[in-house]
Write a protein that binds this ligand. Structure first.
Ligand code: SF4
Length: 172
């Protein structure tokens, strides 16, 4: 329930809060998994940790139908443009989690061939630390995204700041 005023037979809130609550509880994740962190995500989806407790277990492998990009694993520099293409194919509003050390910073692979963090090619909203992160950490990352989504103003995606961010990544 979003913040608002409740009384005998009525509840009032702002449109922004109602939309934020609806979006936060209906995220459709796109798992972009390339290595071991992806296996940890499978455990997060399985019965012990049960990501579907949020009612948003419907993973989408189509960028056009998802709004939460979860990048899990080592991303080679050659894969950077593909990751960016997947991101640009997703409709607004969209959010990104970098799951694990490799996606966040290149991890232990400080080499010529590995992207030193996906934020070199796309904007990231939440970073989940760990090599690999435990399922609890992945769930915590998703809950942080939910908080961002709930509190995002409806006009943010049209703001000059957001356009500037996309321009910086040559996405606009
Ligand atoms: S952070 Fe660790 S567990 Fe995750 S993909 Fe990299 S090496 Fe594998």
């Amino acid at each position: 329930m979003p913040e608002g005023y409740a009384g005998e037979g009525f509840f009032a809130t702002s449109l922004s809060k109602a939309v934020g609550t609806a979006r936060a509880n209906s995220l459709w994740p796109l798992p972009f998994a390339t290595s071991c962190c992806g296996i940890e995500f499978m455990a997060t989806m399985a019965t012990d940790y049960d990501l579907s407790r949020f009612g948003m277990e419907r993973l989408s492998f189509s960028p056009r139908q998802s709004d939460l990009l979860m990048v899990m694993g080592t991303i080679a520099k050659k894969m950077g443009p593909i990751l960016k293409q997947v991101y640009t194919q997703m409709a607004e509003p969209k959010w990104v989690i970098a799951v694990g050390a490799c996606a966040s910073s290149g991890g232990i692979f400080d080499t010529y061939s590995v992207l030193q963090g996906i934020d070199k090619v796309i904007p990231v909203d939440v970073y989940v630390p760990g090599c690999p992160p435990r399922p609890e950490q992945i769930i915590d990352g998703i809950m942080k995204i939910q908080e961002l989504v709930k509190n995002e103003p409806l006009r943010r995606r049209y703001s000059p700041e957001y356009q500037h961010l996309l321009e910086k990544y040559q996405i606009a």
